[in-house]
Design a binder for this molecule. Structure first.
Ligand SMILES: [Zn+2]
Length: 325
């Protein structure tokens, strides 16, 4: 290693063209995935109060958004359903005529080569807002939930999803889903598991958007403790051994160390979810003029890529693509 005055770090920072020459991380739109909230009806485009620029849309409007996403060169969209009816077991999740299933068909019809991912969980569909079947004591019963998750993933595969993404954090769900998909002839459908999903305060605005806040209690009995890193590796390896094609760390910014370690230790394709609270915090500060929102958002996304994420799920995907396409 040379040192001052032979070496001067500022030489290669002198102009933008020199900085570009030695830039280590390049984030391009085809690594970004746009989340969409799909609901019933037609012509629906309802803003989500806590997430400026984010909407709940009906299927026809979702197609408008996905055509735009495709035109901007994004890496894909991930769909979340907002059903009209909820029940105790969340049966709307595997309804072949549900908003998500209809949206997948419509999107694959309109833009066949745009990657369509679907979130697989029960919390948007259950009256109680938890991610699975409840026991009498109010805790989520792991094993009976697996069958419902598999049924849901299968209905998404039937609709034409390229990737199903279980977000429930039940043990054994990836294996159960892989088996159900393979038995039904959907060997080509990939699984992106929310492998290290933390019980985070940064999900607040999403629950507002998806109407999926738990009616009682919280999700700390199944989502991960924010203090743990080794445990994330156990979760990730378990999902890989059960058949996950990609693994996710969620949230992203407060867990860059986890993203980095998962990528380095597994070499597996890693996705990171730049979640609603991370987005909303920057948007809110920018609205008040407290920071430059566009620069802050780009810095956040580049840091997630620099940590080791291959793909990033972000509400800022379209804006990023418009600025960097
Ligand atoms: Zn859930």
């Amino acid at each position: 290693m040379t040192s001052f005055p032979l070496w001067r770090g500022r030489r290669l920072r002198r102009t933008e063209s020199l900085r570009a020459l030695v830039r280590e991380t390049r984030l391009i739109p085809d690594r970004l995935i746009l989340p969409l909230f799909v609901t019933e009806g037609t012509g629906v485009r309802a803003p989500v109060g806590s997430m400026p620029g984010v909407f709940r849309t009906s299927v026809d409007e979702a197609v408008v958004d996905t055509r735009e996403a495709h035109g901007l060169g994004l890496g894909g969209v991930i769909l979340f359903g907002i059903p009209e009816h909820k029940d105790a077991e969340g049966s709307g999740a595997w309804d072949d005529e549900g908003a998500v299933q209809r949206a997948v068909r419509a999107i694959k019809d309109a833009t066949p080569d745009l990657n369509v991912l679907t979130d697989v969980c029960m919390c948007e569909y259950t009256e109680h807002g938890h991610c699975g079947v409840l026991r009498e004591d109010g805790t989520v019963d792991n094993d009976p939930t697996l069958e419902l998750l598999a049924r849901t993933a299968l209905s998404h595969a039937r609709a034409g999803a390229d990737v199903v993404a279980p977000s429930d954090m039940m043990d054994g769900r990836v294996g159960a889903i892989r088996e159900a998909l393979d038995e039904a002839g959907y060997q080509q459908v990939a699984i992106l598991s929310y492998a290290a999903k933390y019980a985070s305060a940064f999900y607040g605005p999403f629950r507002d958007a998806a109407d999926s806040a738990p009616a009682f209690g919280d999700r700390r009995g199944y989502q991960m403790d924010p203090a743990n890193q080794d445990e994330a590796l156990r979760e990730v390896w378990a999902d890989i051994e059960e058949g996950a094609d990609m693994v996710m760390v969620k949230p992203a910014l407060a867990y860059l160390d986890v993203i980095h370690r998962v990528k380095r230790e597994t070499g597996w394709p890693v996705a990171a979810y730049h979640v609603s609270g991370e987005y909303a915090a920057i948007m809110a500060a920018a609205e008040r003029g407290w920071l430059d929102g566009e620069r802050a958002m780009e810095e956040a996304l580049v840091s997630i890529a620099r940590a080791g994420a291959d793909a990033i799920i972000t509400y800022w995907a379209r804006e990023f693509a418009r600025r960097n396409g």
